[in-house]
Design a protein around this ligand. Structure first.
Ligand code: GLY
Ligand code: MN
Ligand code: MN
Length: 439
């Protein structure tokens, strides 16, 4: 596979260079400086915060833990990579530049972060310096021109062939973890046992993950971003929700699966969410308005609530009255790529004007119309969240709810099923299902 990446990478760099040149023209700047970032420290402590290279830098080069390094781009010239390889005997310094990416850059190795300026254009030029204030070297203080940044973000939505190849690998890597996690659940492991099985199978450590794993048993499945892994084994393993991804060359995957213990009511509900999720995935294609798909998800999930005799209202009434939002209180999904919640989910255009969310849907992270090679998550769910159910019980529609069933299902927490899907002008590519099917 690395031969394939090597083959695809030159065109990827040509695309990101073209996009960067366009961003510079759009922002009336002459040179682009992209910081990889600097290590930061905890408040009143000498412990560093986990370091992740800034996404605009990672878009050029697959160096995810390279500090104090820079991409310097001047239109018409080969991009310069200022590569910091410090003399450091406390830590292992980065290896000399090697790999499929090196030939695309004019590489300048430096030993000290402050030497980067020797490879920068004069400070008087019109520079777009992308980074945090903390990344400044000498007079080169990041200015993040809004038009340049917005154009760079906007152009990241359509993935290159190289990016898609990395993202498919990130799916394969996460799927290995998901299979091991399911086996650990079936073996009645604790949440931490399952989490460790996931890390082992993906060859990731916690800090390599694109986001903290959500490993939830029973009622914890109702906590949307459940952040702990308990060490004790519950008396019963009724349900298991795992929302966990992986990274390859800086590209993320974000997959959720939910499993039950064979309980008939929970199994039927799981089958309903699975059916709806697949219906929604089938609609990911160029020209699809994503917020409309989110609203459609509400209608389809409300249909499942009616069919399963959980709420005795029509699907239309449930959506109109906000009842579907009690059971599905988050967005349908988001763009994904170099970041798990990728940039530009709301961009109306290159200038960064925004497309608002539909009223009453405050958590939707994507309001754009899909274009070819956009990759988005499709992650519908149905949950039994005591805090939200209390509001429903106190409201006008309490009489329409089958509380016996809700009480039973509350012990299972909830369901989410999440895949990554690529929009094309024809059939969608479901990266996640393909990875599961590949073994
Ligand atoms: N894992 C966070 C999300 O699905 O958006
Ligand atoms: Mn997720
Ligand atoms: Mn997601």
């Amino acid at each position: 596979m690395s031969e394939r990446l090597a083959e695809l990478y030159p065109n990827h760099v040509a695309s990101v260079v073209a996009r960067a040149e366009r961003a510079l023209a759009f922002g009336d700047c002459d040179h682009l400086l992209l910081a990889s970032g600097r290590e930061q420290y905890r408040f009143l402590d000498d412990r560093p915060v986990a370091f992740y290279a800034h996404p605009p830098f990672k878009a050029f080069v697959p160096l995810t833990s390279q500090t104090d390094s820079w991409i310097v781009l001047t239109p018409g010239r080969k991009p310069v990579l200022v590569y910091c390889q410090p003399d450091d005997y406390w830590h292992l310094p980065p290896a000399p530049p090697h790999g499929y990416w090196v030939e695309q850059f004019d590489i300048r190795v430096i030993r000290k972060p402050e030497d980067a300026v020797q490879h920068f254009p004069p400070p008087g030029d019109r520079l777009a310096i992308i980074g945090e204030a903390h990344d400044a070297v000498g007079a080169y203080v990041p200015n993040n021109p809004p038009r340049v940044l917005s154009s760079l973000h906007f152009s990241r939505s359509a993935k290159t062939e190289y990016e898609l190849a990395c993202m498919r690998l990130a799916q394969r890597r996460a799927v290995r973890g998901h299979r091991a996690a399911e086996a650990a659940f079936r073996a009645c492991g604790s949440e931490i046992d399952i989490h460790r099985a996931y890390l082992e199978a993906t060859s990731h450590n916690d800090l390599d993950l694109p986001y903290g794993n959500i490993v939830a048993l029973n009622e914890h499945c109702a906590v949307l971003h459940y952040q702990y892994q308990r060490h004790d084994r519950p008396a019963e393993h009724r349900s298991f929700l795992i929302d966990a991804g992986a990274q390859v060359h800086g590209y993320a995957s974000d997959i959720t699966r939910t499993y039950g213990n064979g309980d008939a009511e929970f199994s039927a509900l799981l089958a309903g969410v699975e059916r709806v999720q697949q219906q929604l995935c089938a609609k990911v294609r160029a020209g699809q308005n994503y917020p409309l798909l989110h609203i459609e998800a509400h209608h389809l999930l409300a249909g499942v609530l009616a069919e399963q005799d959980i709420v005795r209202m029509s699907a239309e009434a449930m959506v109109a009255e906000g009842v579907s939002s009690v059971f599905f209180p988050h967005g349908l999904g988001h763009p994904i790529g170099l970041q798990v919640h990728d940039v530009a989910g709301f961009h109306a255009n290159e200038a960064g004007d925004t497309i608002p969310r539909p009223a009453g849907h405050p958590y939707l992270r994507m309001t754009r119309t899909l274009e070819e090679n956009f990759v988005v998550t499709i992650e519908p769910g149905l949950y039994f969240i005591p805090m939200l159910l209390a509001g429903l019980k106190a409201g006008a529609h309490a009489g329409a709810v089958n509380w016996r069933k809700v009480e039973h299902l509350t012990r299972f927490g909830g369901i989410r099923i999440e895949d990554e899907v690529r929009a094309t002008s024809g059939e969608p590519e479901n990266l996640t299902r393909d990875a599961f099917a590949a073994g």
